[in-house]
Design a protein around this ligand. Structure first.
Ligand code: SAM
Length: 347
């Protein structure tokens, strides 16, 4: 298997069979080799920089019913909140003072956040912080909505495709949701000039190595600027409550493979990775990740954005503990920077 990993590092195109075998292999020597190559590759394009993004979770209302998600509409025990225009601006103000130069606004699909609301908000953030990047992650909207928000000043959009295999997508989502629509949104966003992020959960229920190969192939076709992957973590109020979550080992294996297949991509060490292992974030950064997204939401709502059980939102995951986070990043040989952190070739 080391030859396959070496071939990937040397920019060799792996066959589906080779990729499947590399995903399924759990030899620790191969993992270490992938980790070293992934680290070398990230350093080639981004040095030892780790880009910080301030994440504000603007709403826990969601009209969707993704079977795995804690804020799905049919979870009647979920605590719902939405932030106001002023709340969100004050999160940005706080984030700016802390040194963030990218603001990420994420939320469930909440019809309260109309195009008018979003465009006014984005224009206000753009005017106050002209040098900062604005990233949105608000799910599926019309091409026109994406266009209006781009014109108002948004730069990037995160929309995980969730599962590129139709068979797996249908097992994780209700019939009213469509993989085709999700993919269309991603292509619309790309055509409109956003820096685009796709991604998926690792170790999702029913997921096989072949499904993961389909995810990698879809992303090769889309060529996203950002890739968000993290372990699936069960939520107690979903039908997957008792199901085994994604493992640290498999998530790291995928992160390393992704860094080698998409050398210039912006790759976060996600909150979910930090949630399943105390040193998950650090291991992610050592395996090709170059982004972290501490939580800037008001403290009284953080626990309510409850996507999965035990989701971290305090300590180094919280924006106010940034100095601690920066130190733990420095301790493993990287440098957290106050920069927009655009995709290296983005013009
Ligand atoms: N509504 C937006 C969207 O659909 O892209 C953004 C919010 S959505 C809750 C953010 C991400 O949370 C999803 O893309 C999904 O992959 C992740 N997520 C949801 N439930 C999860 C779980 N149980 N374990 C890990 N990640 C989960």
């Amino acid at each position: 298997m080391t030859e396959t990993a070496e071939k990937l590092f040397r920019n060799g195109d792996l066959s589906d069979e080779e990729l499947t075998a590399l995903i399924m292999d759990n030899d620790s020597d191969v993992s270490e080799m992938i980790r070293r190559h992934a680290d070398e590759t990230r350093r080639k394009y981004y040095g030892n920089k780790v880009f910080l993004r301030g994440l504000t979770e603007i709403s826990s209302y969601c009209k969707n019913d993704c079977l795995y998600c804690g804020i799905r509409r049919s979870n009647h025990d979920a605590q719902r909140y939405r932030l106001s225009h002023e709340d969100i601006l004050s999160c940005c103000e706080n984030g700016y003072k802390l040194g963030f130069r990218t603001f990420v606004l994420q939320g469930g699909e909440d019809s309260f956040f109309t195009d008018g609301f979003m465009c006014r908000l984005i224009s206000d953030i753009r005017e106050k912080y002209p040098e900062c990047a604005i990233t949105l992650s608000l799910g599926e909207r019309s091409r026109e909505s994406y266009r209006l928000m781009k014109n108002a000043g948004a730069d990037r959009y995160l929309l995980r495709h969730e599962a590129a295999s139709q068979e797996l997508y249908s097992k994780l989502h209700p019939a009213e949701m469509s993989l085709e629509k999700r993919k269309r949104c991603l292509y619309d966003l790309k055509e409109l000039g956003y820096q685009v992020g796709a991604g998926f959960m690792v170790g999702a229920p029913y997921q096989t190595a072949e499904h993961l190969v389909a995810d990698l192939r879809f992303m090769q076709e889309l060529q996203p600027h950002m890739i968000g992957i993290g372990p699936f973590v069960p939520h107690h109020n979903t039908q997957f409550a008792g199901v085994k979550g994604g493992t640290l080992e498999l998530t790291l294996r995928l992160l390393g493979i992704i860094r080698l297949m998409f050398p210039k991509v912006l790759l976060p060490a996600t909150t979910a990775l930090g949630t399943i292992a105390p040193n998950g974030r650090e291991l992610g950064l050592m395996t090709g990740c170059n982004v972290v997204m501490p939580n800037l939401s008001p403290e009284n709502v953080r626990k309510k954005y409850d996507l999965y059980d035990n989701k971290l939102s305090s300590g180094e995951e919280a924006a106010e503990c940034l100095e601690k986070l920066k130190k733990s990043i420095a301790d493993i040989g990287y440098q957290a920077v106050s920069e927009r952190g655009d995709y290296v070739d983005y013009v």
